[in-house]
Design a protein around this ligand. Structure first.
Ligand SMILES: NC(=O)c1ccc[n+]([C@@H]2O[C@H](COP(=O)([O-])OP(=O)(O)OC[C@H]3O[C@@H](n4cnc5c(N)ncnc54)[C@H](OP(=O)(O)O)[C@@H]3O)[C@@H](O)[C@H]2O)c1
Length: 161
């Protein structure tokens, strides 16, 4: 099963200057809880933005550069490589925009942090047909001094056709 996980603002922005457009440590904890113990798949730019593999998860990094290698992650070059590795696993597509676009038709479930602000940015989540997705669970984020934004978490399943 392939689950997309991301955080976006009201305009669909997910990134700015190769990092996140906001500071929301609660969302990082949420990401950790959701993906812990599972495979996570990311683009080379997102990997470099984080700067290292995330612990306790099988990290898979996509690049077209055949000479690229990492000590702490599995490097792959095609969508099919990822689908082969993810077979019979709960794998999470963790961005960025290019990688979400690449797997958009393969997603089985979505876990979305909705940041209820206009934060701006340079990278947006790709066009997604929300009518094809059903919200099955939602949870409000707790706004506090360290997480000074309104936000909520949504879990979505694909509508049966
Ligand atoms: N808000 C969120 O939840 C969230 C999550 C993740 C990332 N982000 C943000 O998103 C931004 C980065 O997104 P991005 O779209 O610029 O970059 P990205 O998707 O992280 O990485 C793009 C790279 O992936 C590789 N790639 C793309 N398509 C490929 C394909 N078909 N086959 C093989 N490799 C492929 C290429 O690497 P090479 O150039 O090495 O070939 C490409 O340059 C950052 O600002 C980051 O902070 C936000």
């Amino acid at each position: 099963m392939l689950t997309f996980i991301w955080a976006q603002d009201k305009d669909g922005f997910i990134g700015k200057d190769n990092t996140m457009p906001w500071r929301l440590p609660a969302d990082l904890q949420h990401f950790k809880r959701e993906t812990n113990g599972h495979m996570i798949v990311m683009g080379r730019k997102t990997y470099e933005s984080i700067g290292k593999a995330l612990p306790n998860r099988e990290n898979v990094v996509l690049t077209r550069d055949l000479d690229y290698s990492l000590e702490d992650a599995t490097v792959v070059h095609t969508k099919q490589d990822v689908l082969d590795l993810a077979q019979d696993k709960d794998a999470y597509i963790t961005g960025g925009a290019e990688i979400y676009q690449l797997f958009l038709d393969e997603a089985d479930a979505l876990v979305v942090t909705h940041v209820e602000e206009h934060c701006g940015g340079d990278t947006r989540f790709p066009d997604i047909k929300w009518e094809k997705w059903r919200l099955i669970k939602r949870e409000d984020g707790v706004r506090d001094a360290k997480n000074d934004l309104d936000f909520w978490y949504g879990w979505y399943q694909k509508e049966e056709v």
